[in-house]
Design a protein around this ligand. Sequence first.
Ligand SMILES: Nc1nc2c(ncn2[C@@H]2O[C@H](COP(=O)(O)OP(=O)(O)OP(=O)(O)O)[C@@H](O)[C@H]2O)c(=O)[nH]1
Ligand SMILES: [Mg+2]
Length: 240
Amino acid sequence: MSTAEGNFILSNVDEPDIDFTETGRKLFAGPCDFIWAAVEIEKLPLLGPPEIAFAGRSNVGKSSLVNALTGRKTLARTSHTPGRTQQLNFFALGAESPNEKLRLIDMPGYGYAAVGKQKVAAWNKMMRDYLRGRATLARVFVLVDGRHGLKESDLEMMDLLDTCAVSYQLILTKRDEVRKADQQARIDATLDALKKRPAAFPQVIFTSSETGEDVATLRAAVARLMAERAQGSAGVSKES
Ligand SMILES: Nc1nc2c(ncn2[C@@H]2O[C@H](COP(=O)(O)OP(=O)(O)OP(=O)(O)O)[C@@H](O)[C@H]2O)c(=O)[nH]1
Ligand SMILES: [Mg+2]
């Protein structure tokens, strides 16, 4: 599936049975560095490799999941207090250019009012502008607290992504806090809510950044996405 350097071999990418777990492991096992923080939409980094962004309500576990994916504890700053992440934080996987393979973007949370209306409005605008207009954005992972399921503000985010035709996938978080007996029902209810949403990827992953449960599944989903994109652009260049 992949070489030792983590480069993708593109044959058979369309086969649903291919297991991307090992490719995903290798993709995230390399160096990963914080490269950029943006508080204004005018000051984003130049376009580079594909980007995946982590969005979700405040305190849902976005920064924790970036750390879990990359196997680090303190790459992204986390906190018990909502409103920790206050800018778009860019992390480069595979070190900086020219070896950069993928960027992870840890976003501020939505649905949190205690920082003041003006600041929330500014964050929301920046997030929306980024999500709507970033050419290299491959997928947005919308994180939802697995203990509570979808909230109104999540539906609003999904509306925005559907309207802008930005591909997104739902991740339920804090699986370790949800009784085993209730986990499948939570996944099913979330899948149900996705049915009529055109830009939603029809798979829900239920992760725990505490225990690492299903983090490998998410790595594999990202690896598959990368391989599909690489195959897509190879196809385009072949035709032109
Ligand atoms: N039990 C459990 N706690 C988690 C998990 N993921 C995150 N947390 C906790 O949830 C709190 C918020 O985590 P963050 O990763 O900072 O959340 P965030 O979505 O980045 O929050 P903002 O930056 O404020 O929007 C912290 O206390 C984490 O330890 C998880 O999988 N299980
Ligand atoms: Mg955060």
